[in-house]
Design a protein around this ligand. Structure first.
Ligand SMILES: NC(=O)c1ccc[n+]([C@@H]2O[C@H](COP(=O)([O-])OP(=O)(O)OC[C@H]3O[C@@H](n4cnc5c(N)ncnc54)[C@H](OP(=O)(O)O)[C@@H]3O)[C@@H](O)[C@H]2O)c1
Length: 257
């Protein structure tokens, strides 16, 4: 007889995590591995991926493959999906997490800034979802989890491109959920509040900003990669099979206040 917790297991599943070498992506990769998933981690920094993979294999005993590559190169995406199939024989989950940001007042934003942030945050996520979904459609099942943000819904100063991209992530999540539902592919988003990572380090170094951020969080603490990993795991596992086109804010209550 199975356990009620079977709905929360990832045993026998295979997940791609973009940007899985550090920060939130690593937190998500560890949550998926802890629940039994094998992993394919993709980012540009091979040493970081190798270190993350070594730790995950040691801690959870799953199989982990890595690809060092630039995810602005859309033409490489079918090959990334193929690597998961070649190594593990299936693909169940895509975590669309890789991203970066450029802080700049709107009046000073250049076209190059715009293209850089939009490319990795929105265009790459869109086409990575397409590459994964083409394979998931053949298998008749799959889960895609996109990384949204507080700035998907509210304005935060000096990150207007990022906000536009993350707003796009929410629209894209709903649009893909609608189109892929008949293929039994769920598409959802997790929207972290502030988590201290490479991307947010400058904000965390600024005491006034830190105090302001903390003052907005009813639960009184910043998020951790584990907090985001746990919610992404829920969106990746069978327990969320009837959930699609949704976003879950994991923000300590920021959006509720
Ligand atoms: N931290 C927060 O408070 C927060 C809040 C809301 C949403 N988010 C979102 O959460 C996601 C993860 O962010 P994070 O905070 O964990 O930042 P992070 O620590 O800087 O991690 C970003 C990851 O993306 C990878 N990446 C960036 N550009 C890439 C490219 N061109 N090709 C391949 N990989 C690339 C990075 O690896 P390489 O540099 O080695 O390629 C790294 O693994 C992002 O989508 C971010 O927008 C973060």
């Amino acid at each position: 007889m199975g356990s009620y917790l079977d709905a929360f297991t990832m045993e026998g599943k295979v997940s791609i995590v973009t940007g899985g070498g550090r920060g939130i992506g690593l937190g998500i990769a560890r949550a998926l591995a802890g629940a039994g998933s094998d992993l394919l981690l993709v980012s540009r920094t091979e040493a970081q991926l190798a270190a993350a993979a070594g730790d995950i294999v040691r801690d959870f005993g799953c199989r982990v493959e890595i690809i060092a590559g630039d995810l602005t190169r859309i033409e490489t995406f079918p090959g990334i999906v193929q690597r998961a199939l070649d190594r593990f024989g299936r693909l169940d989950v895509l975590i669309n997490n890789a991203g970066s940001n450029i802080r700049n007042p709107f009046l000073e934003v250049s076209e190059a800034d715009y293209d850089a942030v939009m490319q990795i945050q929105l265009k790459s996520a869109y086409f990575m979802a397409q590459a994964a979904a083409r394979e998931m459609a053949k298998a008749g099942r799959g889960k895609i989890v996109n990384l949204a943000s507080l700035s998907s819904k509210i304005a935060i100063p000096n990150i207007s491109i990022y906000g536009a991209a993350k707003g796009g992530i929410l629209s894209m999540t709903k649009a893909l959920a609608l189109e892929l539902a008949a293929r039994n592919i769920n598409v959802n988003a997790v929207a972290p509040g502030y988590v201290r990572t490479h991307m947010t380090e400058a904000a965390f170094q600024d005491k006034d900003r830190c105090d302001w951020m903390l003052s907005r969080i009813p639960l009184g603490r910043f998020g951790t990669p584990e907090d985001i990993g746990n919610t992404a795991l829920f969106l990746a596992c069978p327990a969320s099979d009837y959930l699609t086109g949704e976003v879950i804010f994991v923000d300590g209550g920021w959006m509720a206040a």
